[in-house]
Ligand binder design. Sequence first.
Ligand SMILES: Nc1ncnc2c1ncn2[C@@H]1O[C@H](COP(=O)(O)OP(=O)(O)O)[C@@H](O)[C@H]1O
Ligand SMILES: [Mg+2]
Length: 347
Amino acid sequence: MTAILEARNISKQFGGGLFQPPPLTALDNFTMKIETDPPTITAVVGESGSGKTTLAQILLGILPPTTGELLYEGKPLKSLSKREHRNFLRDVQMILQDPYESYNPFYRVDHILRMGIRRFGVAKSRAEEQKVLVDALEAVGLRPEETLGRYPHQLSGGQRQRVMVARALAVRPRVIIADEPVSMVDASLRATILDSLQTLARDYGVSVIYITHDLTTAYQIGDNVLVMYRGVVAEAGDAELIVPNPLHPYTQLLVGSIPRPDPRRPWMEEQQPSEIGRSADPDKGCKFANRCPHAMEMCLEVQPPAYQVDDHRVASCFLHREAAKSEATDLTDVFVTPKGHESSAAD
Ligand SMILES: Nc1ncnc2c1ncn2[C@@H]1O[C@H](COP(=O)(O)OP(=O)(O)O)[C@@H](O)[C@H]1O
Ligand SMILES: [Mg+2]
């Protein structure tokens, strides 16, 4: 079956033009597929600057890649007909970090939701439109009578963020890309929003790309996780394998920096780079070498490929070269199908 979206060997560089700083590679030879049958939640994790937003914008077709291609239903974005392009715009929706910034303060919630419904001709009548709108709000745990008719500033931060999810859902997309949707809200709201993202996948058949700098929430809702470091994939695959037992030194660092209940353990057990790693040129070889406690000579010279270390994980690290079965070209080959859907993937 054709994936709804496919990033094929995509790289994105910024700058490097005349009178500009030297080029910066925000995304480096990135390949993955997004499937919707069954719907899955993929969590993209990495610290600030790792290329997550660049990836999101490329998948949404907002940002053109420098090299490589984005395919929608098997066709390059550039070759889509007008009608296909419209389907793409409807099928792939986004949820942003700060919903307040993206709302027009003079529009009521109804209007915000109706715009998308009308733009994509989701409803055939007024009555149907109302139903789509109410369903979308209820799907994200909002009460229509408490939300409709209000202006964005009359809602709490959590309500606003859920309206964003409802707005995306109302156009009946097949993929939702959520770029740090909970980083601006407090812990109690975080749980409800993450819940509504899970509802999208479970009950509405929408595949979710959940982007975050926080490994804890990635583990909480991701079927698969994809750990990014400076534009490259450090480790990817089954969340149940990676988070409890990370193999890449960068993932180990992320896991190590999750606050633990034991007060005797320091929050950040910052690893020290190895003697060799300290001399690493950050633009050559493994991008993590200058922070890596295990860096070896070869890490300074060659960028490690994505080694498939078992059926459901890849790790781009020479430490795992011996144990690897092969080098993976498409990360998604190792991804797991969410529980309860194992058989439908083969249909
Ligand atoms: N429009 C841009 N122009 C120049 N550099 C950019 C631009 N957008 C992002 N970058 C750079 O690309 C890298 C990745 O950024 P980004 O994708 O925003 O990462 P993240 O979302 O993981 O924080 C960063 O080093 C950032 O400074
Ligand atoms: Mg970002």
